[in-house]
Design a protein around this ligand. Structure first.
Ligand code: ADP
Ligand code: MG
Length: 250
């Protein structure tokens, strides 16, 4: 299907301790903004890593942009912001500008060097996320919210068609979090970038995303927020009150 960005069929994943994802089947179409929610340990990060080929799928299948995962090569089409900020070494001696520049290298053949238009692109992206004034700072000097925006800049500087964000707002205060969600929504709307955003913040995602995937090892719900809100199964799972708080529409 031409508008198919992510598709899985009966996908299952296990760690040594046992199975953490079971029979996951869903389809993400171009322009969707999917909020992936669920309790801690429900498999959200595992799902995202499986889709990105970072961990092995035990059974079932997944495809990206219409290619089977094992045949997919266009990784530059995907921007990824992983969950663990501690993967970012705060004493790594890099400026904000250099860190965002790393996002451009994946598309390049050897020699991997940035040219003038790359530097312009980095600055445009920094400006878009309102952090151009941080350009010359070392990443170790940044606050949590600033670092998140720098990593978002690195994930989008390459003009990805799919943006995958794993709990990007966990370290942010509520105001910065709202602003961050707003930026993602804008990237989705104005550039038509497809977004998969993982969060345990099921209350906030309804304000921004177009679809929700509720995961707890299996998919308990996948669809629009209108469908979510009208679903009797979801009423019995969450209670009507929480269901409406999550929906943000009615
Ligand atoms: P979530 O992102 O929804 O919090 P995860 O996908 O991180 O959930 O984890 C799902 C389950 O898999 C949890 O029980 C977690 O303890 C386990 N798990 C996650 N990563 C690993 C790993 N690398 N090795 C073994 N078990 C893991
Ligand atoms: Mg996680």
């Amino acid at each position: 299907m031409p508008g198919e960005i992510v598709s899985t069929k009966m996908l299952s994943c296990s760690y040594r301790e046992g199975r953490v994802l079971e029979d996951i089947s869903f389809l993400v179409e171009r322009g969707d903004y999917v909020g992936i929610v669920g309790p801690n340990g429900s498999g959200k990060s595992t799902l995202v890593k499986a889709l990105l080929g970072l961990i092995t799928v035990n059974s079932g299948s997944a495809s990206l942009f219409g290619s089977r995962l094992s045949d997919f090569r266009d990784w530059h089409k995907i921007g990824y912001l992983p969950q663990s900020l501690h993967l970012v070494n705060p004493v790594f001696p890099a400026t904000v500008h250099e860190t965002v520049g790393l996002g451009l290298l994946s598309r390049k053949k050897f020699p991997k060097r940035l040219n003038k238009s790359d530097h312009t692109k980095i600055n445009i992206t920094l400006e878009e996320l309102a952090i151009l004034e941080l350009e010359r700072k070392m990443i170790g000097e940044l606050s949590g919210g600033q670092l998140q925006r720098v990593l978002l800049a690195r994930a989008i500087v390459n003009d990805p068609e799919l943006l995958v964000l794993d709990e990007p707002t966990a370290a942010l205060d509520p105001e910065t979090r709202d602003r961050f969600y707003g930026m993602i929504a804008e990237i989705n709307r104005s550039r038509g970038v497809t977004v998969l955003l993982v969060t345990h913040d099921s209350g906030a995602i309804g304000e921004h995303a177009s679809k929700m995937l509720y995961l707890d090892k299996k998919i308990l719900f996948y669809g629009s927020f209108d469908e979510f809100c009208c679903s009797p199964e979801m009423s019995s799972l969450f209670g009507e009150h929480s269901q409406h708080l999550m929906c943000h529409r009615h």
